[in-house]
Design a protein around this ligand. Structure first.
Ligand SMILES: NC(=O)c1ccc[n+]([C@@H]2O[C@H](COP(=O)([O-])OP(=O)(O)OC[C@H]3O[C@@H](n4cnc5c(N)ncnc54)[C@H](O)[C@@H]3O)[C@@H](O)[C@H]2O)c1
Length: 328
């Protein structure tokens, strides 16, 4: 049997992209990684993630901006790419208040340039791209959590608006050009090699230094915390089950088990073996009160089932953090 073409993974120096690329390599795929390695957060962490690919067969890395449509088209054409996992983006809700144009370039122009490259690729099979739970806005969530058929028409941050725009752009391209696409709405992903701009990571830095932590929303916020390995299960499962031609399918991918911020902090204190000094603060602009996912669609399609509970996941994160930063 002829070897399959490599898979393009964008955001390969990022948290989720690096873990996804490793999983694909481990099952014998070839992977072409792309990332601009920007300085939204410490580039040394991104370089360290990239260093984990040293000596791994089948991985090829390109330092490039996904908004550079010519370079993306060339990468896809020259390598005969037929499957793409598109995870590069400008993430973060709070940063979009100060840096709105970073979202325009990475999330809107970037998504378009990836789709343009895919639509011209002969025999193109599947584009899987990252969306976000933030598209649901600040709406009350009940029952089994947000379902994909909510209108998702009231974003409360520019980040959320660009992620919803990506879904709509993909819908138009699926209708116009037919190539199958899946948008995955991630719900707060955490774990080893995670993102320093996220609350659990910043809390860890502060708790280990003995600094106080700021608890926004008076601690009343609740989130689905989804462990990185579970997210990767869902991404790879979705990649392996493309929708029919002409379809852009949007799926939730979360833990489906909301945890209050105070409970998350207590669990982290246990994982670190230290108590946090807490300063209570009001909600920040763009934050949402509660999000958790109904994942029944992804489960029916791929057998997806989150396996790692928060206490176990944060224990693994704490061990990685101490090892990586040689922290006490
Ligand atoms: N981590 C989460 O909880 C979460 C939640 C919802 C959605 N998401 C989405 O999942 C995807 C991956 O997130 P992550 O947590 O791994 O974030 P990350 O910031 O760690 O990874 C994104 C990577 O994309 C790269 N990048 C940004 N703009 C680029 C550009 N123009 N060209 C090339 N590379 C560029 C960055 O350098 C970074 O390494 C993103 O699309 C994000 O919006 C993540």
């Amino acid at each position: 049997m002829a070897a399959r073409a490599p898979i393009l993974v964008t955001g390969a120096a990022g948290f989720i992209g690096h873990a996804t690329a490793h999983r694909l390599l481990a099952r014998g795929e070839r992977v072409i990684g792309v990332d601009s390695v920007n300085d939204y957060y410490d580039p040394a962490l991104k370089e360290a993630r990239l260093a984990t690919f040293d000596g791994v067969d089948g991985f090829d890395f390109h330092r490039a901006d996904i908004a550079d449509a010519e370079t993306m088209a060339r990468l896809v054409a020259d390598n005969g790419i037929t499957r793409v996992v598109h995870l590069a983006a400008q993430a973060g809700v709070r940063y979009s208040i100060e840096n709105p144009f970073a979202y325009e370039r990475s999330n809107l122009a970037g998504h378009l340039s990836i789709m343009e490259a895919c639509r011209h690729a002969p025999g193109f099979e599947h584009l899987v791209y990252a969306s976000s739970s933030s598209v649901y806005g600040d709406k009350p969530v009940g029952g089994a959590g947000f379902t994909e058929d909510e209108p998702a028409a009231s974003p409360v941050s520019l980040y959320a608006a660009t992620k919803r725009a990506c879904e709509l752009m993909s819908q138009a391209y699926a209708a116009l050009y037919g190539f199958p696409q899946t948008g995955l709405r991630f719900f707060t992903v955490y774990g080893p090699w995670g993102r320093p701009d996220m609350a659990y990571f910043g809390f860890t830095q502060k708790i280990l230094r003995g600094d106080p932590i700021e608890v926004f929303g008076e601690g009343k916020m609740a989130r689905d915390f989804t462990y990185i390995d579970d997210i990767v299960d869902g991404i790879v499962g979705a990649l392996d089950h493309p929708p029919a031609r002409g379809q852009n399918r949007v799926l939730n991918i979360g833990d489906s088990h909301p945890v209050g911020l105070m409970e998350m902090i207590e669990t982290l204190e246990t994982a670190l073996g230290r108590k946090a000094e807490k300063i209570m603060r009001p909600m920040q602009p763009g934050d949402v009160t509660a999000t958790y996912a109904d994942v029944s669609k992804l489960a029916a399609l791929t057998g997806y089932q989150p396996r790692v509970m928060l206490a176990e996941g944060l224990t693994r994160f704490a061990a990685w953090y101490r090892d990586f930063y040689r922290a006490a």
